[in-house]
Design a protein around this ligand. Structure first.
Ligand code: SF4
Length: 257
């Protein structure tokens, strides 16, 4: 093998190892097993079992942007503009680097987030941290927020029940949207990554499903927006990881990471 071909083979091998690491493989494999994607969109979602969570340090930032964000956070913490404010345990404003180039936007807090007042802190959050690390960043390098800041529950009288989550309604998202818009306006990210259907359809004002719309950049208020699957969808269906990995590769390219 000549030198040029050898270098090409090494490059390909390195990329393959990166891809396989992201997909969760711990041993070297030479061909990925074919995993059938589920087409069932209305299938009941299995409950994600509770697991002990790794402690995620709270990032602390100073400066003018951090100050502006903390002023809005103070308003969010006492907000009762929609009914979600009546049943939440803690409002979840969002956290991360106010100067971040990337802002991840999910749908809303779940059980764990409601208790800790922090975004993406449960199992899906740990997977999001891994996704962030796969593009060479740390969780504290980015800003993580949600469309709604309070936990939407199927039975709001039962906040201690796991699996009591539901997607926020259109009215709840519209009511909370000014807080997210203010966050985006202060942070001015170079790219927004929406996680899942709710945040994607709300910001892009589309009825297209995430599976149709992901894989390319869109625009939100002149900012490039990449929709991808919510990490909890990957926990239910690991075959979707390859799509998220491909989206993250596009994100890396866009940001020159
Ligand atoms: S979800 Fe948003 S609008 Fe509704 S109470 Fe919470 S902070 Fe206020």
């Amino acid at each position: 093998m000549n030198k040029k071909n050898l270098l090409k083979t090494i490059r390909l091998a390195k990329q393959t190892l990166k891809d396989e690491k992201f997909l969760g493989y711990t041993d070297i494999i030479f061909s990925a097993p074919k995993i059938k994607k589920s087409n069932k969109t209305n299938a009941p979602e299995p409950e994600i079992p509770a697991v002990p969570l790794k402690e995620t340090p709270v990032p602390v930032f100073k400066g003018a942007k951090a100050k502006k964000l903390s002023e809005i956070e103070a308003v969010v913490k006492t907000c009762r503009l929609c009914r979600l404010g009546d049943s939440r345990i803690k409002a979840v404003f969002g956290e991360g680097n106010p100067d971040s180039k990337i802002m991840f936007v999910g749908e809303g807090p779940g059980y764990d987030e409601d208790r800790q007042g922090r975004p993406f802190i449960g199992r899906a959050g740990q997977l999001l941290t891994k996704i962030i690390e796969s593009i060479g960043l740390k969780r504290e390098d980015v800003f993580i927020a949600n469309i709604v800041k309070c936990h939407p529950m199927i039975d709001p009288k039962n906040p201690d029940l796991r699996g009591n989550d539901r997607p926020p309604s259109k009215e709840e998202m519209a009511c909370c949207m000014p807080f997210l818009l203010a966050q985006i306006d202060i942070i001015k990210p170079k790219v927004i990554v929406t996680l899942g259907n709710s945040s994607t359809s709300t910001l892009l004002e589309t009825t297209e499903t995430i599976s149709k719309i992901r894989g390319k950049f869109h625009t939100f208020h002149k900012t490039p927006l990449m929709p991808t699957y919510h990490p909890s969808a990957l926990l239910r269906n690991p075959a979707l990881k390859i799509d998220v990995w491909n989206d993250m590769k596009l994100l890396k390219k866009e940001l020159g990471l």
